[in-house]
Ligand binder design. Sequence first.
Ligand SMILES: Cc1cc2nc3c(=O)[nH]c(=O)nc-3n(C[C@H](O)[C@H](O)[C@H](O)COP(=O)(O)O)c2cc1C
Length: 322
Amino acid sequence: MEIYFAPMEGMTPPLLRSLHNEFFGGCDKYFTPFISTNENYSLNQKEKKEIDPECNKGLNLVPQIISNSAEQSAGYILDISEKYGYKEININMGCPSGTVVSKNKGSGMLKDKQFLKAYLDELFSRLYEQKERAVPDISIKTRIGFYSEDEHVELTELFLAHPVKQIIIHPRSRTRMYEGSTNMEAFSYMYDALKGAGIGVVYNGDIKTPEDYAKIADRYPDLDGVMIGRGLLRDPSLARRIKGGKCVDNEEYLKYMEALLDGYMQQIGIDNFVLAKMKDTWSFSAQAFSGNDKGRKEMNKADSVESYRVCMRQFIRNSKLL
Ligand SMILES: Cc1cc2nc3c(=O)[nH]c(=O)nc-3n(C[C@H](O)[C@H](O)[C@H](O)COP(=O)(O)O)c2cc1C
């Protein structure tokens, strides 16, 4: 069973992905945060870096797009896979953010099933009508409904009717955002129906420990894999541990975070912006540490990269990890 590092906009840029792979490994695939399609079929500088193999050395990377247009999606999928050599492109149908959903993108695609059907019909006919161009595998990252989790039955029917390679399922409706428990009954239904039809299935949601992983792996032995987001920001050694490797210790965590700080400094070069990036990362990472609230407050107060580095060292060395 494979382990995928989930895409997290703002949290998992090429720098973090590459450092994670170098320091800890254990992930079979990394996904880019979503790239929004547009009518000019253009990528901005940040988007180019997200997918440029030069910025993602050593990673098995899957670019992710987000769109409400089948025409634009087909264009991006063919262009990106051809230009950069990707064999798989992922489509985001899970993002719950209000600004995304209001444009019928992300989980907004799940709102109107007629719209979703028309999108999938047009997407695959556009992809396969291009006889002279190679079509990459299409995977979809989805929730189990927009308004209600009962929608999973209708969504499954729609996915079954199209040549999707793999479905990554976050078993919550959009309404639930990331709150409450995941709906394993709905997930089981989708797993049975999709796997039965030869479509790959990946589970995503709330895996924070090797024990959480084992529960899923035992219950669904034919899963293609699990995708982990917040759990890997908190414990970057989680995938390694699941595969039998060692748990991160304080010194290894520190080296990883210092490499991230140095990398951001090299790329961005302005203290305030670097600190903002580090603080975002720490909003998830700090959950791995306990017993040092004072140290955490000091880190948050640091107003230069150098004072941040000193506070971060003290915090990591003087806190209980995991
Ligand atoms: C800050 C943040 C940004 C995210 N950005 C993306 C994204 O760009 N694309 C995507 O498919 N999912 C995105 N997600 C969802 C995650 O990939 C993942 O599905 C979610 O965190 C649940 O998995 P977890 O419980 O393992 O964290 C994001 C989640 C968070 C919290």
